[in-house]
Design a protein around this ligand. Structure first.
Ligand SMILES: [Zn+2]
Length: 242
């Protein structure tokens, strides 16, 4: 049987260890979230760049189509000139009026193409304005992205350093702790969200809030060994029993 003072000393040491381990647990959780934050802002940046590329492609398509229309317009104009030139060579009224009809048709086609070209200018103006806006957005994002990324990298470095320093503090505590208690404590720590030992609040376990029986309270006060929560298996202690 471990003496009263010995068990109380062990519990106090485990409480000290828990303070360190609790902080390490939270720091590691923070650390785990950082890559996800970087991934999210990288994705947002990539989406902005993708949108800019899409707008560029849209503009290229508009310009390409316009070039086709302009060629078409030229063909129509040449057709009109040619048909006009043929008018004086025609011998019959029927041929003449057929040619006139042909010219009217070409003129109608021509104004349709001209209309399409005008619309295309509106479209390209709109696309260029959007591209300008998106370019500004991408440039702005590029600047803030670098800053955000650096901030997170700095945070990661700070967290890492703090974890290392806590791990050193932890190492110094270990020699004073009973091997069996330590091994039990560490198993619980791994499986119970970084909380292995907890005070009883009122008559409830501070870890799972389950009601602690009078028998268990009595066992704690006997100071004969560690007492575990029947529900969550965490080590229990009473503040006024230390
Ligand atoms: Zn519990």
């Amino acid at each position: 049987m471990v003496a009263d003072t010995a068990i109380k000393t062990q519990i106090k040491k485990l409480i000290d260890l828990q303070k360190i381990d609790g902080e390490i647990y939270n720091l590691r959780k923070d650390l785990q979230e950082k890559p996800e934050i970087i991934r999210a802002i990288t994705e947002e940046f990539e989406n902005n760049k993708k949108k800019l590329k899409e707008l560029d492609d849209q503009l290229k398509t508009i310009l390409l189509k316009r070039k086709e229309r302009e060629l078409e317009l030229k063909t129509k104009e040449e057709g009109i000139l040619k048909a006009n030139g043929q008018l004086s060579l025609l011998k019959t009224n029927k041929e003449y009026s057929t040619k006139l009809q042909e010219i009217e048709g070409l003129k109608a086609d021509k104004s349709l193409v001209e209309e399409q070209i005008l619309v295309s200018y509106d479209e390209s103006d709109k696309a260029m304005a959007e591209i300008e806006q998106e370019k500004k957005k991408v440039a702005e994002f590029e600047k803030t992205f670098a800053i955000k990324k650096k901030t997170i990298d700095d945070e990661i470095r700070n967290l890492d350093e703090r974890v290392k320093s806590l791990e050193n503090e932890r190492k110094e505590l270990l020699p004073g702790i009973d091997k069996n208690y330590l091994s039990r404590y560490e198993k619980i720590l791994d499986h119970k969200d970084g909380l292995a030992i907890t005070a009883i609040h009122g008559s409830n376990c501070g870890g799972c809030f389950m009601n602690v029986t009078t028998q268990m309270l009595n066992n704690i006060r006997l100071n004969e060994g560690l007492v575990f929560c029947e529900m969550c298996t965490r080590i229990l202690y009473l503040e006024d029993n230390l």
